[in-house]
Design a protein around this ligand. Structure first.
Ligand code: SAM
Ligand code: SF4
Length: 355
């Protein structure tokens, strides 16, 4: 059987929901570039079948760039003394949440570095105010916290929690996140899932030392923990980090991982990440045609937005209203519409497997 016949057979099986094994996932990650359009098209059909044509918007507010961690890849790392740090006040965060609501978006995502200044009671009070004043669906992305904090967040009304596992290789994880361990991250994800949050995992693609085998393990981990949301984006080197200058302009591998994530997890919510849009002018639209169904416009007000400098060249500078008008136009150009409603993960898959 030729390689092309073999790939066609694998994709046919994946499309109807037959689970892919680790070896098959690796084959698809490594297959010749000529076969990639068929992989992306297959994932696009599964996306349409399982989560529909709507693209759900989530307004993100990056409310603090202080971080106690030292992740080698991230511009917010504690050791980066060139970064001008900020914390938004409750009033500023609330005003930004009002902007999300006014834009007709149902979900707000509150993200920050791991910043103990925002202890559990501060976050809970803030969330309670946001819920009361806007009734938005609230997603938190604050990093690792003790189970009691997660429980309190849930009681305060938080609906979803994003905690990318970053990489499924314990060795690479330990190297990239000094003082941290993958098993602890996975335990947090399991706790979040058990508590009943819609839970987001995900990885970076193109990390130094990452192999196709590790990427396959990322995808299998997403399936294993039954993540509801998957943040999959390219690693982009930041000049003020130890990984400065490590090249990664290969968005095709990220698109392969997004497409495989769709084939493997079926009805999850998968954002076309800002990192992809930052690396390639068509990055977001390409991801939306390769299995993604969510976009997260940035509602962090200036001058804070510029200082949330995770990686250079972040897309979407300018006022949120202008950004959203541009997004809607882009969505129309590929025959898609902006989602209405909360955009939760559907309870069931339409194409027979997993969830
Ligand atoms: N501190 C929280 C955490 O680490 O989970 C949330 C904020 S952190 C900035 C959000 C995400 O940014 C991380 O999950 C990571 O995948 C991504 N990120 C950080 N540095 C990056 C880089 N250089 N390129 C691409 N993504 C990056
Ligand atoms: Fe901090 Fe998150 Fe950046 Fe790591 S990825 S340095 S935890 S903000």
């Amino acid at each position: 059987m030729s390689i092309f016949d073999r790939i066609e057979k694998l994709l046919l099986r994946a499309e109807i929901g037959k689970p892919l094994g680790r070896g098959e996932i690796i084959e698809l990650l490594k297959m010749p570039g000529d076969c990639v359009p068929e992989l992306l098209a297959t994932a696009d059909r599964v996306r349409r079948n399982d989560v529909g044509n709507e693209i759900h918007l989530r307004g993100i507010i990056e409310f603090s760039n202080f971080c106690e961690r030292d992740c080698l890849y991230c511009g917010l790392r504690r050791a980066n003394e060139r970064l001008e740090r900020y914390r938004m006040s409750d009033e500023e965060i609330l005003a930004a949440a009002e902007d999300v609501k006014a834009a007709g978006i149902a979900t707000v995502v509150l993200q920050s570095g791991e910043d103990a200044f925002y202890d559990v009671s501060k976050i809970c009070l803030l969330v309670e105010r946001i819920k009361k004043e806007t009734d938005l669906v609230v997603t938190l992305s604050l990093g690792e916290r003790p189970p009691a904090d997660y429980r309190a967040f849930l009681d305060a009304g938080v609906n979803r929690y994003l905690l990318k596992h970053e990489t499924a290789s314990p060795e690479l994880y330990k190297y990239l996140r000094p003082g941290c361990r993958l098993d602890r991250r996975v335990t947090c994800l399991k706790t979040l899932k058990e508590l009943g949050f819609e839970t987001g995992a995900g990885n970076m693609v193109g990390l130094p030392g990452q192999t196709h085998e590790i990427l396959a393990d990322d995808l299998l981990l997403m399936r294993l923990i039954d993540a509801d949301m998957l943040g999959i984006g390219p690693f982009i080197p930041h000049p003020d980090t130890p990984l400065a200058g490590i090249g990664n302009d290969d968005i095709e591998l990220t698109l392969r991982v997004i497409a495989l994530a769709r084939l493997i997890t079926r009805n999850t919510n998968i954002p076309a990440t800002t990192a992809l849009a930052s690396l390639h002018p068509q990055g977001r639209l390409l991801a939306l045609q390769a299995g993604a169904n969510v976009v997260m416009p940035d509602f962090t007000p200036e001058p804070f937005k510029r200082r949330y400098d995770i990686y250079p060249g972040r897309a979407d500078v300018g006022p949120a209203a202008t950004i959203i008008a541009g997004l809607e136009k882009d969505f129309r150009s590929i025959g898609r519409t902006v989602g209405t409603g909360a955009g939760n993960r559907p309870a069931k898959t339409n194409s027979g497997t997993v969830h």
